[in-house]
Design a protein around this ligand. Structure first.
Ligand code: ASP
Length: 354
């Protein structure tokens, strides 16, 4: 018997409603890549300051966060389990490769990387330069080990997964989520050795906030990243040697000369003030530049740009200014840039773009 037109219409509407709610309920797929750090750290008691980083596995971390699986379907992979003071270019390259593979699959909507906070800015900025995806890539860590009273890791991980699962987080470059704040890899820096609110994005400000998984976004990053970045580390196994040398009153130029002798391809000076250093050190930098080593002036000061030809005649000495990158990020950009030979002027342009 043929169904009446009214009955057929009711069935069609019911089918549309069911499929709409299935789409609305479709959970994102988020992969967590664990590398170690305090978020995976453990101590003998909940109130002691001493602890060991990188003790807890990814499965134990996820199990410690109630409701996280309501946000997304989660898969975990252990990439390494180290305190981030032991983070290496080898692990960073491994991470970049794995992120590229995962992001290229249809069943991965976002990626979270658990990481120690000490060198989180280096890894975040490195990935921002070399990972070619618009899917959310979110770093997260904690300041207190998993065994501490008021451990901050579980809520940080919850918020990081909420951002990685969020389509609004797409195309914002590599992000870091900690203590309710969403930072760009380009701007964030660690400012406290122990405080839970250790990451700041001075001058340019936050990308947004995430509070109990509710996200708000304020801006897109200003610099080049992701698909627009020209850097590619496919097949790369090693980065060129770039040293950071810290400037202070009455500094000796010897370390600059030693760095050149030891084969550095680049040197970043963590200068005083606007990337300054004393006359003898500037002379050593000019010698290094003449020998073909790229010398970048950055600053040991937390905020403000280092620009060309302010108190130093960069044009004459052949030096490069790091603009808004601190020494540790200036080193990452230089290490990646020097994967192919480039002149100081070309490298200077990169510091204004990235
Ligand atoms: N030393 C630790 C690390 O970077 C500190 C932390 O994660 O907060 O792995």
């Amino acid at each position: 018997m043929k169904p009446s037109p009214l009955f057929a219409r009711i069935i069609a509407i019911a089918l549309i409603v069911v499929s709409f709610s299935a789409v609305a309920q479709k959970k994102a797929n988020v992969v967590i890549l664990a590398t170690g750090g305090t978020i995976a750290g453990a101590a003998g008691s909940g109130v002691q300051s001493g602890y060991t980083s990188g003790q807890v596995t990814i499965d134990a971390m996820v199990n410690a966060v109630p409701d996280i699986t309501k946000l997304a379907t989660i898969k975990g992979e252990q990439i390494s389990n180290v305190g981030s003071q032991d983070m290496s270019f080898e692990i960073m390259l491994k991470l970049a490769k794995r992120i590229g593979e995962l992001a290229a699959t249809a069943d991965c909507d976002g990626i979270v990387i658990t990481h120690g906070t000490d060198t989180m800015e280096e890894t975040a900025y490195f990935l921002n330069l070399v990972v070619k995806t618009d899917k959310p890539v979110v770093l997260v860590g904690s300041m207190r080990p998993s065994t501490a009273v008021s451990a901050d890791g579980p809520l940080n991980l919850y918020n990081a997964v909420a951002v990685a699962a969020d389509p609004n987080a797409k195309n914002r470059g590599v992000l870091l989520v900690m203590n309710d704040w969403i930072h760009s890899a380009q701007t964030l820096t660690k400012v406290s050795t122990t405080a839970v609110q250790t990451f700041m994005s001075p001058i340019r400000g936050l990308i947004g906030t995430s509070a109990y998984g509710k996200n708000e976004y304020y801006r897109y990053p200003h610099n080049l990243y992701g698909a627009k970045s020209e850097f590619d580390v496919t097949g790369v196994t090693k980065l060129p040697r770039v040293d950071i040398i810290y400037a202070d009153a009455d500094m000796s130029p010897d370390l600059i000369d030693a760095s050149v002798k030891l084969g550095a391809k680049g040197i970043v000076i963590a200068g005083v003030g606007n990337g300054n250093m004393n006359k003898v050190s500037l002379d050593a930098c000019a010698r290094a530049a003449k020998a073909g080593v790229i010398v970048v002036r950055s600053s040991r000061v937390t905020t403000g740009n280092v620009d060309r030809n302010v108190e130093v005649n960069d044009d004459q000495l052949g030096l490069v200014a790091s603009y808004d990158l601190n020494p540790q990020k200036a080193r990452i950009l230089l290490s990646v840039a020097l994967l192919k030979p480039r002149k100081p002027a070309e490298i200077q342009k990169l510091y204004y773009q990235y």
